[in-house]
Ligand binder design. Structure first.
Ligand code: 5GP
Ligand code: ZN
Length: 138
């Protein structure tokens, strides 16, 4: 994708601070980090969201996330991290090339947990929860 920032990083047209590269995956420091060590892990091939990602590429991305999460924490002496995908525009994804965020976390860093993502939580009945689970199993 010619106009994709992350494809341009993969192609070397935009510089990045690369921390890992293999045949399928590139990982580099975020240019506007939420924390020291904030790392992005991307497939080299262009896929907009997790939903578009072939399973074998997804496995390679997760393998890199699995290896790089402790590496990012160790590099900045962080005791924890938040690892997440903004998956789709409505979830806040700004760059439409699938990427995992590894954000090292510190005590009293002012950050919040995943449960702070949404301010208006739904009040779902047991029937509604059963219906959602059934729809997913189908
Ligand atoms: P999103 O909101 O799509 O989940 O996150 C996109 C991330 O990409 C942001 O954290 C932003 O700082 C980062 N980013 C955007 N452009 C560049 C770039 O050119 N280089 C690097 N290293 N990171 C970028
Ligand atoms: Zn791309």
């Amino acid at each position: 994708m010619d106009d994709c920032i992350f494809c341009q990083i993969v192609d070397g047209e935009i510089p990045s601070r690369t921390v890992h590269e293999d045949d399928d995956v590139l990982a580099f420091l975020d240019a506007n980090p939420l924390a020291p060590g904030h790392t992005l892990v991307i497939p080299k091939s262009h896929h907009e969201s997790l939903n578009d990602l072939p399973a074998d590429v997804g496995s390679e991305v997760f393998a890199a996330v699995h290896a790089l999460t402790p590496a990012a924490e160790a590099a900045v002496d962080a005791p924890a991290s938040t690892v997440a995908f903004n998956n789709g525009e409505a979830a806040g994804q700004e760059v439409p090339h699938v990427h995992a965020h590894i954000v090292p976390r510190f005590e009293a860093d002012g950050g919040r947990p995943i449960h702070a993502l949404v301010s208006d939580r739904p009040d779902l009945s047991d029937d509604e929860l059963d219906d959602i689970a059934a729809a997913m199993r189908a």
